[in-house]
Ligand binder design. Structure first.
Ligand SMILES: [Mg+2]
Length: 275
């Protein structure tokens, strides 16, 4: 057994401990099924991965997001005061490509990211989200440029392009694919595009795909910022659901990704507010 495998086993043990600890039960909710349920081991990603991969509602949300994106783009195209070349900026993971098979693998193998992330990317076999291709073809046919701005590392450029090209989506080429640089913040990369283009729309699954104002903020602060900019959602910003990961989860851990799985579990439980 290698050190990597040993650490995966230790993490798995924490996950099982985290999910099977006893919860107080009153007399009236004690039942055979409750007793069995609490004994079931569960991975923290189980429900989120199910939602992302299995839920038909999530699938419908993909169509809904891109239908809304088309309406929003039409509104922008109708604005004759815009003289600059237009562009749409999209994130890739959980925005254009669906990585739910990777998340499901983590659950099934009882492990955590980044285990086999490289292997998954190298397969270049992620599904295109529903509605994406029609939207991108419509965008390109209306003379709007498309920039794919991702936090995948530069070493994955070729496999990312291969995955995009497999789906024959427009402008899947090196000039329009902007990989992660020194920082995960996309601010600098967006600003560079803004030097030459009018940005019609930003599409992503993470608030940081839209603006730096959301970076490193608590979820409560982010909600207050959303309230202050609510008119942008559905007009300039199109957001897709991602229950499996993102800065929403980082905020739960105060962006301390170095916490152990047990500590992360404790933070998750502390964050939940019952009635
Ligand atoms: Mg993403």
């Amino acid at each position: 057994m290698t050190i990597k495998h040993l650490s995966i086993c230790i993490i798995s043990l924490f996950l099982v401990i985290g999910c099977t600890q006893e919860k107080p039960q009153s007399e009236d909710n004690k039942s055979v099924s409750d007793t069995k349920a609490k004994e079931l081991p569960c991975h923290p990603l189980t429900y989120a991965a199910l939602f992302q991969q299995v839920s038909a509602e999530k699938y419908a949300l993909e169509y809904q997001a891109y239908h809304l994106a088309k309406l929003a783009l039409n509104q922008d195209l109708a604005d004759e005061s815009i003289n600059q070349q237009r562009a749409v900026i999209l994130d890739i993971d959980e925005t254009v490509l669906d990585n739910s098979p990777y998340e499901s693998m983590l659950v099934l193998q009882d492990t955590t990211y980044p285990y086999k992330w490289k292997e998954w990317l190298q397969k270049a076999d992620a599904r295109l989200l529903a509605g994406v291709k029609d939207f991108l073809e419509y965008t390109a046919n209306n003379g709007v440029e498309i920039f794919y701005v991702t936090n995948r590392k530069e070493e994955f450029r070729d496999v990312t392009l291969a995955n995009l090209k497999k789906h024959q989506i427009p402008q899947a080429n090196t000039r329009h694919l902007i990989m992660r640089t020194k920082t995960s913040s996309k601010t600098e990369r967006r600003s560079k595009i803004k030097e030459d283009y009018h940005i019609s729309l930003l599409i992503g699954d993470n608030l940081n795909d839209f603006s730096q104002i959301f970076e490193e903020k608590s979820n409560e602060s982010k909600k207050a910022l959303i309230d202050n900019h609510k008119e942008l959602f559905g007009s300039r910003f199109i957001i897709l659901p991602n229950a499996t990961y993102g800065d929403w989860e980082g905020a739960v851990y105060n962006y301390n990704y170095g916490l152990s799985e047990k500590e992360k579990h404790e933070k998750r439980m502390e964050s939940l507010q019952g009635f």
